[in-house]
Design a protein around this ligand. Structure first.
Ligand code: SAM
Length: 253
């Protein structure tokens, strides 16, 4: 499993480049037209660092995005995804005398809001499979964000809470001072921000279409909405992340 960074071709690590060079095959999940340009970025990395490996493009199974039972639907969808990937890997030719080396490219870092580790664990649990997993960390969009703004995620001694747009409204007060929010397609910060909150926002970080905006939420919210639309128009996709910071200084060490 190879973390390849948040989209910029130069944000891949040397360790990831080495790992790419050792692959026999790579699994690419095809998530449909909306992410076609992201898939193109990954393909460019492969052409550069793993030109000889087989590319297994696996169609991502359909998913209900507004299910009544979110957890059950995600489990069903992940199981269908594992079956599709297992089928593609099983069809690879044997490598006489050695294991096959199959890579999964993970956007950003595999530890944050990515289900690929669960997919590989499920493959490893198949009774007739023998899997040796190694995970190469990647630059996460969270660190691309703080670097782009030249800020630390926390103020002195304060905690940092990492969450999603969907969960933002339920952040406990004690950790609401510095929140990094991913997967927010609905601008949840508008409703969740308290008076005086500041936002450090970034979209398509690391790519030529990177945009960063910061300021008090009530002053920059509309500018962020317009920038999201402009990214979609120009790049064909938008991925955005932000740090929401309350003005209250929490006592720390
Ligand atoms: C499925 S999560 C994967 C996160 C990834 N594992 C990471 O470490 O960055 C996708 C979310 O990551 C954030 N993201 C990923 N790449 C980004 C980029 N280049 N610019 C801004 N946000 C990005 C967005 O919040 C997006 O909704």
């Amino acid at each position: 499993m190879i973390g390849v960074g948040p989209g910029g071709p130069r944000q891949i690590t040397l360790e990831a480049v080495d790992a790419l060079g050792r692959l026999d095959a790579v699994v690419l999940l095809d998530k449909g037209e909306s992410t076609a340009s992201m898939r193109r970025l990954r393909t460019e990395m492969l052409e550069r660092y793993a030109p000889d490996c087989d590319v297994l493009v696996v169609a991502d199974p359909p998913r209900d995005r507004h299910p009544s039972d979110y957890a059950t639907e995600v489990r069903r969808w992940h199981a269908a995804r594992v079956d599709a990937i297992a089928e593609a890997i099983a069809a690879l030719p044997e490598q006489p005398g050695r294991d096959r080396v199959v890579g999964f490219l993970v956007w950003g870092d595999p530890s944050l809001y990515d289900s690929t580790l669960r997919v590989v664990d499920a493959l490893a649990a198949r009774p007739d499979w023998s899997v040796h997993l190694s995970v190469i960390p990647g630059v996460t969009s969270a660190s691309a964000l703080t670097a782009a703004h030249g800020i630390t995620a926390n103020r002195i001694g304060e905690p940092v809470h990492i969450t999603t747009g969907r969960r933002l409204p339920s952040t406990p007060e004690a950790v609401a001072g510095n929140q990094i929010v991913m997967l927010d397609g609905a601008e949840a910060f508008r409703a969740a921000a308290r008076p005086g909150d500041e936002i450090y926002w970034g979209a398509n970080l690391g790519t030529d279409d990177e945009v960063v905006i910061s300021g008090p939420v009530e002053q920059v919210a509309d500018e962020i909405s317009a920038a999201r639309e402009e990214c979609k128009r120009r790049a064909g996709w938008v991925m955005d992340i932000y740090l929401l910071r309350s003005p209250d200084v929490v006592e720390g060490t």
